[in-house]
Design a protein around this ligand. Sequence first.
Ligand code: MRU
Ligand code: ZN
Length: 212
Amino acid sequence: MTAPVSPETMTEAGRALAAESARFAGFGWMRGTGGNLSVVVQRDPLLLAVTASGLDKSELSERDVVLVDAAGRPADPSDPRPPSAEAGLHAHIAARTGARAVFHVHAIDSVIAGHRWPQGVDIRDLEMLKGIGHPAHDVTVRVPVIPNHQDMAVEAARFDEVYRDPVPGVPEVPALIVAGHGMYAWGDSVMAARRHLEITEWLLRYLVAVER
Ligand SMILES: CSC[C@@H](O)[C@@H](O)C(=O)COP(=O)(O)O
Ligand SMILES: [Zn+2]
């Protein structure tokens, strides 16, 4: 049986994710095997290239991605490697938001923020909010927090409870904190997901430093 996506497409996705992974590992956000990254390689039906499970995320190669379906299950019968244990939440976020890249890291400030504000992290009056598409002033932006769970179907349902679709004049918040675990961010390209991840982490880092 042939894979539903070409090897070239998977290699290109793997190269992009390995570069992002090395970058985030360099920030200390993907210690050891922590964190996982994905890109959408086909929209309908949904297929994603996601980092393989259990690898040291500081030294991935272009081969270290696995094809998964909309439920996060392996979608290439010729590939025996397990996809990320969190592939199901990646796929759900991509399906729900329309994102083309979804990134998950264990940045310590996201874990502290989730511990301190389990109902959601409210942020306002910071210039960096513009980097996630929101006004710098006079609007409170909430980064939602959900409890941690090992079952990604549970996490997907919890995501749906807190996610607010964009409406005219109010963009989505392209990030999520999983309490006691880490954070997700997404976007319509690898660059957008990276920007949303790095800017949200900066906002959380600022908040945990100044709000006690
Ligand atoms: C210290 S790794 C913890 C894992 O359970 C998980 O949270 C994680 O981010 C990495 O899992 P993986 O299956 O390698 O994608
Ligand atoms: Zn994790």
